[in-house]
Design a protein around this ligand. Sequence first.
Ligand code: TPP
Length: 331
Amino acid sequence: MSDPTRDEERELFRNILKARALDVELVRWQRQGIIPAFPPSLGQEAAQIGAAAGIDPTRDFAFPMYRELGVALAMGVDMLGYLGNHNGNWNGGSHDPVASRFTPIQSVVGSNSPHAAGWALGQQIDGLDGVAVAFIGEGGTSQGDTHEAMNFAGVWKLPVVFFVTNNQWAISVPVAQQVAGGSVAARAAGYGFEGIEVDGNDVLAVRQATLDAVAKARRGEGPTLIEAKTYRRGPHATSDDPGRYRTLEEERRDAGEDPVERYRRSVTERGIVDDAFIAEVDAEIAAWLEEIRTHLISLPERDGSELFDNVYAELTDDLREQRAAWEGARS
Ligand SMILES: Cc1ncc(C[n+]2csc(CCOP(=O)(O)OP(=O)(O)O)c2C)c(N)n1
């Protein structure tokens, strides 16, 4: 166990509040047309901030999917660059992945698992002590890419942590239709490494589980699968309407306690923060959100022709036709 210091807890709390505030704001900005689309993390803040606290950004490397806003901000990623991604920037945003140890986000479900295993293999070959942390949804564990990465990592005892955020839903597909047997953590046994389940709404528990798994990988003892159990309290993305596949009653029944309010209560009751600290953080967040909003609205409109660039070195006949049709339509 390594209990966090008071200052570390204050930082965890600050980050949890920032993650929630930015996430809520981004949904509003999508509705206002400032960004085209966004996958909210509502309810997953404790899992994200706890996981980031277990990663050493001077030597480890995070391989996110698309729903890791909190991990990014807690790892110190340049959020203005990162959010370029959600603005449709073709190159995955303009944050520096190497300096921030956080790759561009991946929308192809499962594709970041082999990236993480490959990077971990590189660390092993070079005799370095970095650990790769792949962020996957429970749905993403059904993907072939994730199976191949886990199998490879198990066989070669690679320094990689598979951090699975089980938010109970893969768009409209509930976990019961995704994972026979009900446990994602149990899948690790088949790959020959440890799988643990952690309360994903408890930031301190997630932090500890991640610290332990990263330390173990660093000692050369191979991968761990962490299943952080939480609940996606909002839509899959701003284009989704959860009312089509789950009722409000089900949401209220299954969501559990809001992880942000749970930690607020905990740090307040234990005297880690007081009203003055919270007021200071709230003011800091308000200024920070304004800075991000101002930046986002100043970004140039994306040129639709980018849709056809950078996919193939040479356009296929199909795409050439589509491009001509698109250019015709705009002239
Ligand atoms: C290879 C691939 N197949 C399908 C999709 C469409 N898709 C986008 S998100 C998603 C669900 C993923 O669910 P999960 O892995 O549980 O993560 P969550 O979105 O719940 O965080 C699907 C099927 C995709 N992006 N990539």
